[in-house]
Ligand binder design. Structure first.
Ligand code: IPM
Ligand code: MN
Length: 382
C-alpha cells in the first residue's frame, strides 16, 4: 500500500503536550506493526496572531493540509492574558476558527462523538446503570446553525440588532440521517461479535439490536424540524432492523442525565450536537477521555480531521498535567478510519484503543502526569 501521510497540528495550550504523546504512540505502533505511515508537524499556534498581528494560520493552510490522508489536531484557542483582554479581541477579518474552516473546506460533514463509559473512567452519575452508557452522537457538521450568515445592524447604537441565520438543506439532512442508520447497524454487528447485545423497542412492539434517536426542536424551530422529521421517517423505512426514536433537544438533555444508557445512536444538528456532546462527554468520564472525529466519508481526496472534544485548557497548559487519554482514543479512531486505505492501520488502531482502555482501567485512581500516562501506554504497545 502507499504510505499514509498525516498532518499533525498540535495547536494551542495543552494541544502540543497531548499530541506529543500521540506521536510517541504512533512511533511505537509503526515499529511494532511495520506501518507504512509518516507524519509532518505544522506548529501553527493561534497565538501567533496575537504576537505579530499576522495570521494565526498561513493563508494557504488548507491547501497544504489537503495533501494529507488525515489531520491529527491537538486543540485550538488562546484566550490571551486576562490582564489585557483588549489585545486579544480578534478583528472581523480573522476567521472564527481554523477548526471551522477545515470542517467546511474539507467538507467534513460528519462529526462523530462516541460516549462510552469504560472501566476506570470517572462515573459522574450516581446510578450504577451508568456503567452501561454506550452511545454515539452524530453531529451534522456542515451547515445548520454554523453557516455564519447574518450580521449586526446599527452597531454600537441602543437600537442594535444582531441576526444569525440557520440553513438546512435536504441533501445534508438525508446524508447525516442515513449515516446514523448505517452506524447503528455497524455498531449492532460489532456488539453481536463481542456478545454484548442490547435491545430497543419499536413503536409496533418489535425488538431491535440498535436504535437511532433523532434530536430536533421542531416544536419551536418548525421548518428544519419538520424537514428532519420527514427525512428521518422516510429513511427509517429502509432500516426496519433499527428502532427509531425522536426527542426534542431540551428533553434529550434531561434524558441524557436521567437514563443515558437507553441511547444508542443519536443524530443532531450542528449546534444542538455541539451542546449534547459536551454533556455526553461528561457522562462517559469527562473531557479527559472524550474523542471526536470530523469526517468526510464521501470524498477520498479530502482529509478527515481528528481532535479530542476538549479544548486547549489554558489554565493547566505547559505544566505536564493534561490527560492525553482523549487524544490517544482520538488517534486510535484516526487509525481505524484510515483502515479503509490500509487494513494494517485498522489493526493498529484497535491495538491502540485496547492499550489506552487497559491503562484507564488499571490506573484511573492514580495521579499521573501527561508523559507518565503516555509512556505507560507506549510500553503496552511495544
Ligand atoms: C467543538 C467546539 C467548536 C464548535 C468551537 C471551538 C467552534 O466547541 O468542536 O465542539 O463549536 O464546534
Ligand atoms: Mn463544542
Amino acid at each position: 500500500a502507499d504510505t499514509i501521510r498525516i498532518a499533525v497540528t498540535p495547536g494551542d495550550g495543552i494541544g502540543p503536550e497531548v499530541v506529543g504523546e500521540a506521536v510517541k504512540c504512533l512511533e511505537a505502533l509503526r515499529a511494532k506493526h511495520g506501518l507504512a505511515l509518516e507524519w509532518t508537524r505544522f506548529p501553527w499556534p493561534s497565538h501567533a496572531w496575537h504576537e505579530d498581528h499576522g495570521e494565526s494560520w498561513p493563508e494557504d493552510a488548507l491547501e497544504q493540509l489537503q495533501k494529507f490522508d488525515a489531520i491529527l489536531l491537538g486543540a485550538l484557542g488562546d484566550p490571551g492574558p486576562v490582564d489585557d483582554p483588549e489585545r486579544y479581541l480578534l478583528p472581523d477579518s480573522i476567521s472564527l476558527s481554523p477548526l471551522l474552516d477545515m470542517r467546511k473546506g474539507f467538507d467534513q460533514w460528519v462529526c462523530e462523538r462516541p460516549a462510552r463509559l469504560l472501566p476506570g473512567a470517572r462515573q459522574y452519575l450516581a446510578d450504577d446503570r451508568a456503567r452501561d452508557i454506550d452511545m454515539l452522537v452524530i453531529r451534522e457538521n456542515s451547515e445548520g446553525e454554523y453557516v455564519s450568515q447574518g450580521g449586526r445592524l446599527r452597531k454600537g447604537t441602543p437600537d442594535e440588532v444582531a441576526t444569525q441565520m440557520e440553513v438546512f438543506t435536504r441533501k445534508a439532512t438525508d446524508r447525516i440521517i442515513r449515516y446514523g442508520f448505517e452506524q447503528a447497524r455497524a455498531r449492532a454487528a460489532d456488539r453481536i461479535k463481542e456478545s454484548r447485545t442490547r435491545s430497543f423497542r419499536t413503536i409496533d412492539g418489535r425488538t431491535c439490536e440498535s436504535q437511532v434517536c433523532l434530536v430536533t426542536k421542531r416544536n419551536a424551530l418548525r421548518h428544519w424540524g419538520d424537514m428532519y422529521t420527514e427525512a428521518f421517517e422516510e429513511i427509517s423505512r429502509e432500516y426496519p432492523d433499527v428502532a427509531i426514536h425522536h426527542e426534542l433537544v431540551d428533553a434529550a438533555c434531561m434524558k441524557f442525565v436521567q437514563s443515558p444508557w437507553a441511547f444508542d445512536v443519536v443524530v443532531a444538528s450542528n449546534l444542538q450536537g455541539d451542546i449534547l456532546t459536551d454533556l455526553a462527554a461528561v457522562l462517559s468520564g469527562g473531557m479527559g477521555v472524550a474523542p471526536s472525529c470530523n469526517l468526510n466519508p464521501t470524498d477520498p481526496d479530502m482529509p478527515s480531521m481528528f481532535e479530542p472534544t476538549h479544548g486547549s485548557a489554558p489554565d493547566i497548559a505547559g505544566q505536564g498535567l493534561a490527560d492525553p487519554t482523549a487524544m490517544l482514543f482520538t488517534t486510535a479512531r484516526m487509525l481505524e478510519w484510515l483502515g479503509r486505505k490500509d487494513p494494517n492501520l485498522a489493526a493498529a488502531g484497535k491495538a491502540l484503543f485496547q492499550a489506552v482502555a487497559a491503562d484507564l482501567a488499571e490506573n484511573s485512581t492514580r495521579q499521573r502526569g501527561t508523559q507518565e500516562i503516555g509512556a505507560a501506554i507506549c510500553a503496552r504497545l511495544a
